[in-house]
Design a protein around this ligand. Structure first.
Ligand code: SAM
Length: 276
């Protein structure tokens, strides 16, 4: 008998993958965590039944949440990742030659430990001398910081459970204070096809705190609709202006992709109130 794993991306749409082996299932203090080995995408991490990352396409999301800000900021020395317990975003951060320290604040230690066991290519970042992993609520952590970071990446689950407050204007105000005078924030802001309301909430929330606010897109096959958005807020620099693009093992990000990511389809512009 075949075994399949399905993420119900909407009440009437499922994304289903044939499973070779179930590697882990557990109820953590925060969410239901599962790891399966799939035919199509290799190992897959799911939280509360939602695909978080897979071996075969993780590089797209992790390169795109990190490289845009890293390469448009002149001195991305101190970088904070909120969430991101699989380690992929942190891996991109510490690979950048200008980064002095990557701090990751993940609320669920079981995500970190599961990634160490099943996703060594992502969790390799945890052992870096440039990395610090803190198990805590990112909301409380950011509120405790002032003028500390050049870049903050919000690599959180969707706005449910412990992640809800990571999508609110008050959090973006706290992030603004935690950033240095020329800092940048990037938040994953879900799917333009299925989550227009979340995109508008994040774009307006970041826009209420930052003078420069832009949306960019990437194709992530295993995320709902395959089209994913990121919202960047900047105190000073234009995230579309590439200041550095160090060589390195990138499989999706290029300078051209950096520029193209900000070219939005008309329906996405309409979501955030931009004219054609
Ligand atoms: N790339 C994925 C996406 O776009 O949905 C996110 C991956 S990462 C595994 C999401 C992480 O955010 C989870 O490990 C979850 O535990 C963490 N998280 C959720 N709320 C949090 C909070 N308030 N503070 C810190 N981490 C949080």
């Amino acid at each position: 008998m075949d075994l399949w794993v399905t993420e119900y991306q909407t009440p009437s749409l499922g994304f289903t993958c044939k499973v070779k082996e179930t590697l882990a299932v557990e109820q953590t203090p925060f969410q239901f965590l599962s790891v399966v080995d799939t035919e199509q995408f290799g190992k897959m991490l799911l939280l509360d039944g939602m695909v978080m990352t897979t071996e075969k396409d993780e590089h797209i999301y992790h390169e795109m949440i990190a490289q845009i800000a890293l390469n448009s900021h002149p001195h991305p020395e101190q970088v904070l990742v909120i969430g991101g317990g699989d380690g992929g975003a942190l891996r991109e951060v510490i690979r950048h030659p200008l980064v002095q320290k990557g701090t990751l604040v993940e609320i669920d230690e079981r995500v970190v430990e599961s990634s160490k066991k099943f996703f060594p290519d992502l969790a390799c970042s945890f052992a870096s001398p440039k990395a610090e992993v803190i198990i805590a609520d990112g909301i409380d952590y950011v509120k405790s910081q002032t003028n500390q970071f050049d870049i903050i990446l919000i690599d959180s689950t969707e706005p449910v459970g412990p992640a809800v407050q990571l999508f609110l204007p008050e959090f973006y105000q706290a992030a603004y204070s935690a950033l240095k005078a020329d800092g940048m924030i990037v938040a994953q802001s879900e799917s333009p096809f299925f989550n227009a309301d979340v995109i508008k909430m994040v774009y307006d929330g970041i826009g209420s705190a930052f003078p420069v606010t832009k949306l960019y897109l990437a194709n992530v096959p295993t995320y709902p609709s395959g089209l994913w958005s990121f919202t960047v807020g900047s105190k000073q620099y234009d995230p579309e202006t590439i200041l550095s693009a160090p060589e390195g093992p990138k499989k999706y990000y290029t300078k051209d992709v950096h520029q193209a990511a900000f070219k939005l389809p008309a329906f996405v512009k309409a979501i955030i109130g931009l004219d054609e």
